[in-house]
Ligand binder design. Structure first.
Ligand code: GTP
Ligand code: SPV
Ligand code: MN
Length: 591
């Protein structure tokens, strides 16, 4: 397959440790994919779905203890703790290789080792980085074939000595006591063992495209971010692109492919989906920021996805999709909570147990058919709003950057930062309620700077500094905004309808970028004046709108104390500019 000596030597080295029965190179062909799919169906690793209803679709269940990213088992391995900062788990590279090596040793006996060459970004683009994942899981292979560009074209590009990221994954015994997700920035390597769940094992995704890429991006002067990219075509036919960072399960996939509300479609709006999870962004020769989506697929949250909330996602997953940890029906179709249609009379739940809709647990709560973090893996090219610029080597120009989280209180629907530096401050102080995408106490508010808390591969204080410096290098930097679709009333009802209606906030954002919309200067930034938002066709009372746009000084003052405490964890490494921004915010809140 290749004359790349280092690559061949590394595959042999990994095989010597893991001792697979055989080694298979993934060439990216349909024939090989079909053959592997058939093998996985024969072994029970995949279940073939009803091909009439779900052509090309398969079903997979992960182990019960392995259904979300395990942040507590995820480490950055560097010689010194200070290099990974206060927000990452740390191990020395020696300890990492030793501990994971013990688990990998002999773990592939009786199994096949697959070699997956892949490219993040179009092969040959200045943005692109190459990797090779070794895995003993066909499920991983089939997911990677959807998520990234794979196969011979990548080997051809690598030639005999091209640089690539070494990604080693093994299921071992899927024991969470023997599970580690380790990153070695110095060696450009990832070792993941003991898991079979998406973000832990599709190593191109969070491990390489964010954790390792963020380290490379700092050195090389670009940004690797947990962001969607979306093109908004306005009534004049102009397409402007925004990049938005929301924490896991906070609405990136939904925003990336939103359907405009009827009144805005009539006005002439149209959406182009570029990416739903990861953005790589560089300063181009025009002094502006350009971004691309390094992936080709989506690994999206199933529960809550339905024809009303996200019709484009529903159209995308109609075929050639892998469903993980959803409910399986007798007719080999799939279902999930808040999906389309009534629940089936019976089925097999995500744990593999018989399920009926009336089942209740010991606390009287409904037993879920699908795990809340059940996912679909699907090709972006099948999305009706898929961009026509996916293969463009230079990406798309980014007009605005949006930060956002899930906040029941406090943060208004949308506001604009006063400057790039103030925008970085807003990003660095982002907070959100924990979701099912990661293990931990659900609903707890935690700081998640730039939605990168679990994904920044180095000290976040230096990451903030890198963001500040990027701003100084651009002559035409994007404007920075913050949004919150998740404000609730006292009864816990969402105040804002969300989903497609979010375009109304994006319209304001883009108008602000052109200096065309009104904003009130408040202590936290510019907030829309009530009539600067087009709310035609939306039944929003004046009180609710008011509530969505108010800035509660008392509550914000309390927030500044929280921020101060969070900032303290970075010690003297925290950039002065951010401390200055915090002081300015306090001053504006008290005068
Ligand atoms: P990751 O793939 O984990 O990075 O998540 P994501 O950021 O892509 O989140 P996704 O779009 O899958 O949304 C997660 C959940 O948020 C789903 O249950 C959605 O239904 C819900 N959601 C998305 N957008 C909105 C919104 O505008 N309002 C409300 N209320 N809920 C939303
Ligand atoms: C996330 O958790 O942010 C995801 C899913 O996008 S995973 O690939 O598991 O990280
Ligand atoms: Mn994500």
């Amino acid at each position: 397959m290749t004359n790349h000596a280092k690559l061949n030597a590394w595959v042999q080295e990994a095989a010597a440790m893991c001792q697979p029965d055989k080694i298979v190179w993934i060439d990216g062909s349909d024939a090989q994919r079909d053959q592997l799919t058939a093998e996985a169906v024969a072994s029970g690793e995949l279940i073939k779905l009803n091909q009439k209803k779900h052509p090309g679709c398969y079903y997979h269940r992960t182990a019960k203890n392995d259904v979300a990213r395990t942040e507590h088992l995820t480490y950055i391995c560097m010689p010194r703790k200070e290099e990974v900062g206060p927000t990452n788990n740390w191990m020395t590279p020696e300890e990492g290789y030793r501990r994971a090596g013990e688990i990998f040793k002999g773990s592939m006996k009786g199994r096949t080792l697959y070699v997956i060459p892949f490219s993040l970004g179009p092969v040959g683009s200045v943005f692109s980085k190459y990797g090779v994942e070794l895995t003993d899981s066909i499920y991983v292979v089939l997911n990677m074939l959807i998520m990234v560009r794979c196969g011979q074209a990548v080997l051809d590009r690598l030639g005999t000595d091209g640089e690539f990221t070494k990604c080693l994954h093994g299921k071992a015994d899927l024991d969470d006591k023997r599970r580690l997700i380790l990153h070695f920035p110095q060696d450009n390597a990832v070792w993941s063992v003991g898991s079979g769940y998406g973000g832990n094992v599709l190593l191109s995704k969070k491990c390489m495209a964010l954790r390792l890429a963020s380290c490379a991006a700092r050195k090389e002067g670009w940004l690797a971010e947990h962001m969607l990219i979306l093109g908004i075509e306005d009534p004049a036919g102009r397409i402007e692109y925004i990049a938005a960072a929301f924490p896991s399960a906070c609405g990136k996939t939904n925003l990336a492919m939103l359907i405009p509300p009827e009144s805005m479609t009539r006005k002439g709006y149209r959406i182009w989906t570029v990416g739903d999870d990861i953005a790589w962004m560089r300063i181009d020769t025009d002094g502006a920021l350009w971004g691309l989506n390094p992936e080709t697929g989506m690994f999206g949250v199933a529960p809550g996805t339905n024809t009303k909330s996200n019709p484009n996602a529903m159209a995308t997953i109609r075929r050639n999709t892998v469903f993980t940890n959803v409910l399986l029906t007798e007719n080999k179709t799939v279902w999930w909570e808040d999906g389309d249609g009534n629940p089936p009379a019976k089925g097999i739940d995500w744990k593999g147990d018989p399920w009926t809709p009336d089942m209740r647990d010991a606390n009287g709560k409904p037993v879920l058919g699908a795990h809340p973090n059940a996912r679909f893996t699907t090709p972006l090219s099948q999305c009706p709003s898929h961009t026509f610029r996916m293969e463009h080597h230079h990406g798309v120009p980014i007009s605005a950057i949006i930060f956002g989280g899930r906040r029941a209180r406090l943060a208004p629907l949308v506001y604009q930062s006063y400057s790039w530096q103030h925008g970085v401050f807003i990003g660095s102080t982002m907070a959100s309620e924990r979701t099912a995408a990661q293990y931990g106490k659900q609903g707890e508010v935690r700081r998640d700077p730039m939605a990168m808390l679990p994904f920044c591969g180095y000290n976040m204080a230096e990451y903030f500094m890198h963001w500040l410096q990027m701003g100084q290098q651009m002559t035409r930097p994007p404007k920075i905004f913050h949004v919150n679709w998740f404000r609730q009333d006292v009864d816990g009802q969402y105040l804002w309808p969300g989903y497609g209606e979010n375009l109304r906030a994006l319209e304001w954002i883009l108008a602000r970028c052109r200096g065309e919309a009104e904003g009130n200067a408040t202590p936290i930034g510019y907030v829309p004046t009530p009539d600067s938002l087009d709310l035609t066709g939306l039944n929003l009372t004046e009180e609710v709108l008011q509530e969505l746009l108010t800035v509660d000084r008392e509550a914000w003052l309390k927030e500044t104390q929280d921020i101060e405490e969070f900032y303290r964890t970075f010690n003297e490494k925290l950039p002065h500019a951010l401390r200055d921004e915090l002081a300015s915010l306090k001053r504006r809140l008290t005068t």
